[in-house]
Design a protein around this ligand. Structure first.
Ligand SMILES: [Zn+2]
Length: 249
């Protein structure tokens, strides 16, 4: 194989490593956002529980207000009961008092139940706050470790880029330029191995003529289907077909 082609294969390996590092960096950046989302969800849950407990407290205050009002009415009616001017008036007051006492008893039951509920709601708020604090702590730690990973990837990307720049200086433009042009297209892989008469870049069969030209190794041969620069896969011995191709052409 021509030395230039070997160098291009080496360049493609370098570019592959670079691409993997960049992918890793992107993944880590995404994970930072995810780590923060978990804490944000706990914050939302705490806000919801706090709002719920506040609304409930308000409803309970109202019920306690109802109870006070009922007690006031009962007290007032009991005074009136003692000064009733007739039996009819007396029994009317008595009837009203009975009704109000039933209401009062219902209000007292409600308030007792509400006390139980408010306790469990407050416990929920406390648990939510605890979970938020844990999520924030975990998120921060995760972020720190992810940021360290990103810094490491950045340093390696920087070093690879320098290595690449130095390496491309040694390449002949006649080979480097088509490589760079192809690299900027599609998936960024400018070269493809030929294995079993097939281009490994696009899985299309290569013609005997293409393989024969590839075996001669005089110039850059590209795949007619995907356009990638072809090279013989390691251990590939197509001497027979190459000779046949040469005879045909
Ligand atoms: Zn191809």
């Amino acid at each position: 194989m021509r030395e230039e082609l070997k160098q291009l294969i080496q360049l493609q390996r370098l570019d592959e490593t670079l691409r993997k590092l960049q992918d890793t960096k992107q993944q880590l950046t995404k994970q930072i956002a995810e780590a923060q989302r978990s804490a944000a969800a706990e914050k939302q849950s705490l806000d919801d529980h706090t709002a719920e407990a506040k609304a409930f407290r308000k409803a309970m205050d109202k019920r306690e207000g109802d109870l006070k009002e009922l007690e006031g009415k009962i007290n007032k009616l009991e005074v009136q009961l003692n000064t009733a001017s007739s039996n009819k008036e007396y029994s009317t007051f008595q009837h009203e008092i009975l009704g109000l006492k039933a209401d009062k008893s219902r209000a007292e039951d409600d308030i007792l139940k509400m006390y139980d509920q408010i306790e469990s709601q407050q416990a929920q708020v406390k648990q939510s706050a605890q979970r938020l604090s844990e999520a924030e702590k975990a998120g921060l730690e995760r972020k720190k470790s992810l940021e360290a990973g990103i810094a490491d990837a950045d340093a390696r990307i920087e070093a690879m880029k320098k290595e690449r720049a130095a390496f491309t200086q040694t390449l002949s433009p006649a080979f480097l330029e088509p490589y760079e042009r192809l690299r900027k297209k599609g998936d960024g892989r400018a070269m493809a191995a030929c294995r079993n008469y097939v281009c490994m870049g696009c899985r299309m069969s290569l013609t005997a003529n293409t393989i024969s030209l590839l075996m001669m190794g005089d110039k850059l041969i590209t795949c007619q289907s995907c356009g990638r620069i072809l090279f013989m896969a390691e251990g590939e011995d197509l001497t027979g077909i190459a000779t046949a191709g040469r005879k045909d052409s």
